[in-house]
Ligand binder design. Structure first.
Ligand SMILES: [Zn+2]
Length: 1009
């Protein structure tokens, strides 16, 4: 998966007495009852108890009533649940009353069989290993009444016993299991070994106790013929999605099982190393389409007219990669070079938006197969675009799911800029076919080995297949913005997390460290062994672990072995070097001391945005925060940025310093400069003495083209980061802004504008802001004249440049930009059937935003109307963002309030965009966030909520706001997540930065502003 997601994990949080069962839709009471009453007759006949399981707001409440009082008990439970009565289980008949336990996770202890709550390990004991699952799922969502949507399942799993045991643990979350449907039998035997079932909700497990022990070396079948649950609405497990067709809501049902959500779909051994084969059957109504990982082998029809799609058996794979979807979507089909059918599915109205995705997928697949020298392993590749999706995409083997805006592309509506994320995510997910699917991580603490490597490939595939896109520059821009930014905080984490077992902790690490740093470290490894050796190393690593599991050590060892075979310079040290990048968080700064003609000296230290911050102690470094750094350099006399592995100077972790003697190092005089980390191959920053910094920046101002664009990005990022950490003076970095008006490469300009954006946020409430805006207007004016609004979409980089130039020119109020944008919008509003050519995909977002910003309610309403009828998802996002650009406070309030109306704002990404795009009236957003804290958390899930928090507080830079933020964290201590600590650290760093404001004023004064 790419690294943005939300999962509502609140069910596993500690007990929160302040929250309650809010509504029927959250506890699913009425749904459960409808089904349970049907079951009564059956259960009376067999005379067993029945568990009623209420999935509450942040706890599970289970009523276990004996069958004699079933009807009264159930209806009583439902009534009380609806009324938020904590004594919900008291509704069971006297004498058979169950206990609702508080404190920690809740479970139910039936009065008749009281068992003390035990603490079990978070991991499965490993006494049995799954071999073959047979699973049938019947989602019933055809009534149109969401509260009635349910799924019903049956499963069996053949397991191998590794050591004698009289109990079997399996993962289960929020499933209702009929105890009498459980059978455990020896292979070839018939006697049922099942004795009893115990729920272990704290571990998301069930324990099946057996009448006689399973014997090591033998195989057994565990069968659960009757489990069911409401179809979820939190985008995890088996959940419903919807969209509108001709005004009517159309539903579909889909699955999302990574990370630990398969247990919400069926009882299973839900750990990535417990791989097995799967026989899947999906039961559906006629005229609907069911898709799963494998092709359909046959369809049977039962006596009730339901159709049973039976799918071919999967290869050996982990539970988290399983998937199915029932929808009425349509598709476009083609074949890969190896003849594998590739289909892109979309809702019918979006069928014509699949062409770009298809072309990108085919070329990516063909490239990956040829690069890795291992064919794609599944008989087909389906890719489907859905609106309701928690991540950008998910690599289910054979059935990849994408958020609609990231797979569909409409020429003439979607922009050149939209091609980039679409291609990226397609390449990323296809790379997972090998990294993650064919070879899976041993455990989630090595998440980066699949996500970092897939991210490496998303950039590599794009770069090779679209050389004019200059992807390596975009990676440098993305890396410095995301990976470096988070990893420069105390609250970061190492790539490999020793001792990580808890699902909650696993979820937190789907972040830019695992993805972007993971990719950067992989690029660095490639540079150290050389590109060709690296490619062969990859293939040998995959072939060694086909259909198995592996960790980072296996990966590094394969590379080291390949490098040794090929006599590479650093061959013997690969595993050792890479350890310093994987086992400790953060990254180094290399300090270059230019000591004389032909001489320089290197030392290293850890980069921290706030060097004075106290060590938190969550992750300790075994290397004392020193690294083995592959250093490269060039100078103004050499200007050769294209270095190779043989040019590396290794700065070892235990060496205090390294001296370099070289002819290419000029004397430390005048405007001579040296620069380290050529083409940004290494995951580290470089700092210099003031003279060298000034020489580098003078070079940018005089002729920036003599410095490689990747290193221009690096200079910008490093200089402003060292200002934040207090290591260089702001005046040095400010000077870089004076070359802004000359930059015509997209990624360096974008990087520069990201730094400007940070300053903008800090200066917004300062008297100097007017001068700053004027400086920016003067810097950007020329770009408006040069690029203009017309774009024919023929030049990818020019379109990007046009997009960014106009966006910022209009933002800072360059008149040529704002006036034209407003005129274009007026023309369109006057004649809505003809969009003026100036409102083309590359600049339309700027036109809409500017028109809304300077316009009145009429413009705002017009954009809102367009949003409601828009069929292209990327365009919808532009309209949404534009609505937040308004200068009218009351319209901003109207927009914020609409966030809680799902009909208009369908998914988490849009939530986030809506909350803060444009950063207009941040105090309104902050108030809204605090006042609706619980509801937003409920709706967004922990991680998206955390990211939203980061956006809301992004520009806070006063003690007052810091205090409010800290107080909010204290008042929500039970629900506080890791992002809260990051947010506090971020605001503190902002406050520290504010001492720079006077210097900015002096600098602007010096320039005549
Ligand atoms: Zn991924």
């Amino acid at each position: 998966m790419p690294g943005e997601y939300t999962v509502n994990m609140r069910k596993y949080d500690a007990d929160d007495s302040s929250s309650s069962l809010k509504s029927a839709s959250q506890c699913h009471c009425s749904v459960a009852v409808g089904f349970l009453l049907i079951l009564v007759a059956i259960l009376v006949a067999v005379g067993v108890g029945l568990i009623v399981h209420f999935a509450g707001n942040n706890k599970d409440i289970v009523c276990n009533c004996n069958i004699s009082g079933l009807s009264a008990g159930i209806s009583g439970c439902v009534t009380l649940a609806k009324e938020n009565d904590p004594d919900i289980c008291g509704a069971c008949p006297a004498g058979q009353m169950t206990t609702l336990t508080h404190g920690g996770n809740t479970t139910t202890v039936p009065a008749t069989t009281v068992t003390p709550i035990k603490k079990y390990p978070l991991r499965l004991p490993g006494t049995v290993t799954p071999m073959l699952y047979s699973i049938s799922i019947k989602p019933d969502f055809y009534s149109g009444n969401e509260t009635e949507f349910m799924f019903y399942g049956q499963m069996s799993v053949l397991v191998h016993c590794n050591e004698n045991t009289d109990e079997i643990f399996m993962h289960v979350t929020d499933l209702h299991i009929a105890e009498n449907s459980i059978h455990v039998t020896a292979e070839g035997g018939s006697g049922n070994l099942f004795q009893s079932l115990e729920l272990v909700p704290s571990q998301q497990m069930i324990k099946i106790s057996l009448l006689s022990p399973l014997m090591a070396g033998n195989n057994y079948t565990v069968e659960i013929k009757d489990f069911y649950a409401p179809i979820r609405d939190d985008l995890t497990g088996i959940y419903k999605g919807s969209f509108r067709r001709n005004g009517e809501i159309v539903y579909y049902v889909t699955s999302q099982l990574e990370v630990v959500e398969a247990r919400k779909a069926f009882p299973c051994f839900d750990e990535p190393n417990l791989k097995a084969r799967f026989d899947i059957t999906i039961v559906r109504k006629p005229n609907w389409v069911a898709l799963s990982n494998m092709p359909r082998s046959r369809t049977d029809t039962d006596s009730d007219g339901w159709e049973h799609d039976v799918f071919e058996r999967t290869p050996i794979m982990p539970t988290y990669l399983l998937a199915f979807i029932v929808s009425d979507f349509t598709y476009r089909e083609s074949n890969t070079a190896n003849g594998v059918p590739l289909r892109i599915w979309a809702r019918k109205a979006a069928e014509n938006q699949t062409e770009f995705g298809m072309a990108s997928a085919l070329s990516s697949m063909n490239y990956l197969e040829s690069y890795l020298d291992i064919p794609y392993n599944m008989p087909k590749q389906d890719m489907i675009a859905i609106k309701d999706f928690v991540w950008p995409a998910m690599e289910n083997w054979g059935l990849i799911v994408f958020r609609e805006d990231l797979l569909l592309y409409e020429p003439g509506v979607s922009s050149q800029a939209n091609k980039y994320p679409t291609f990226r995510y397609i390449a990323h997910e296809l790379a997972h076919n090998w990294f993650g699917n064919l070879v899976s991580p041993n455990w989630w603490n090595d998440l980066w080995i699949k996500e970092g490597v897939a991210t490496f490939f998303e950039y590599r595939v794009m770069d090779v297949l679209n050389p004019d896109w200059r992807v390596s520059e975009s990676f440098a821009d993305d890396l410095t913005e995301e990976g470096f930014a988070l990893d420069g905080l105390q609250s970061s984490h190492p790539l490999f997390l020793k001792g990580l077992d808890d699902p909650l902790d696993i979820l937190r690490h789907y972040d830019s460290v695992s993805y972007k740093k993971g990719a950067a470290v992989t690029f660095m490894l490639e540079f150290m062994v050389g590109r060709d050796t690296f490619q062969r190393g990859f293939t040998s690593y995959l072939k060694q672990f086909l259909f198995g599991n592996a960790g980072h050590t296996d990966f590094f060892l394969a590379m080291q072995t390949q490098a040794q075979v090929e006599n590479k310079t650093l061959a013997d040290d690969i595993v050792d070097i890479m350890g310093t990048w994987v086992y400790q968080m953060g990254y180094p700064t290399v300090h270059v001391e230019h000591t004389g003609q032909g001489k320089m000296r290197l030392t290293q230290s850890r980069y921290l945005q706030d060097p004075q911050a106290k060590e938190k102690g969550v992750f300790q470094s075994e290397f004392g925060y020193t690294w083995d750094i592959p250093f490269t350099f060039t100078s103004n006399t050499e200007k050769d940025f294209a270095k190779i592995d043989d040019d590396i100077v290794l700065l070892r972790r235990d060496e205090g310093s390294v001296s370099i003697l070289s002819d290419v190092i000029p004397g430390p005089v005048g405007d001579n400069w040296v620069i380290g980390n050529t083409e940004f191959h290494g995951y580290y920053r470089v700092n210099y003495d003031e003279r060298n910094w000034r020489s580098l920046i003078n070079q940018l101002i005089n002729d920036h083209t003599l410095i490689d664009p990747l290193n221009r990005i690096q200079i910008i990022s490093d200089a402003f980061s060292f200002v934040r950490s207090g290591e260089i003076d702001l005046n040095i970095a400010l000077k870089i802004l004076e070359y802004l008006r000359k930059e015509r490469s997209y990624a360096p300009l974008n990087k520069l504008m990201r730094e400007v954006q940070f300053m903008d946020k800090m200066l917004k409430n300062q008297p100097v802001y007017g001068k700053f805006r004027k400086f920016m207007r003067d810097s950007l004016k020329q770009l408006v004249t040069e690029y203009g609004f017309i774009d024919d979409g023929s030049n990818y980089i020019a379109s990007h440049m046009r997009g960014i130039a106009l966006k910022w020119a209009c933002y800072y109020g360059v008149e040529e930009c704002t006036e034209q944008a407003q005129q274009l919008m007026s023309q369109w509003m006057a004649n809505q059937s003809v969009k003026p050519p100036g409102i083309n995909p590359e600049v339309s977002e700027t036109v809409y935003c500017t028109a809304v910003k300077y316009g009145d309610e009429t413009v705002w309403d017009f954009v809102m109307q367009r949003l409601k009828v828009e069929n292209v998802e990327t365009e919808s996002h532009k309209f949404l963002k534009a609505l937040t650009c308004t200068s009218h406070k009351w319209l901003r309030i109207k927009m914020i309030r609409s966030i809680l109306i799902t009909d208009i704002i369908p998914n988490p990404l849009v939530y986030r965009a809506t909350m803060n795009a444009g950063h207009a009236f941040p105090e309104l957003t902050w108030d809204f966030f605090r006042n609706n804290y619980d509801e937003l958390l409920e709706r967004l899930g922990t991680t998206w909520f955390g990211r939203l928090l980061m956006q809301v507080v992004d520009e806070f830079n006063t003690e007052l706001r810091l205090e409010e933020l800290v107080r909010l964290g204290e008042s929500k201590a039970d629900e506080k997540n890791a992002e809260h600590d990051i947010a506090v650290e971020h605001v503190k760093n902002n406050i520290k930065w504010m001492h720079n404001v006077d210097k900015i004023e002096q600098w602007l004064n010096g320039l005549g502003y």
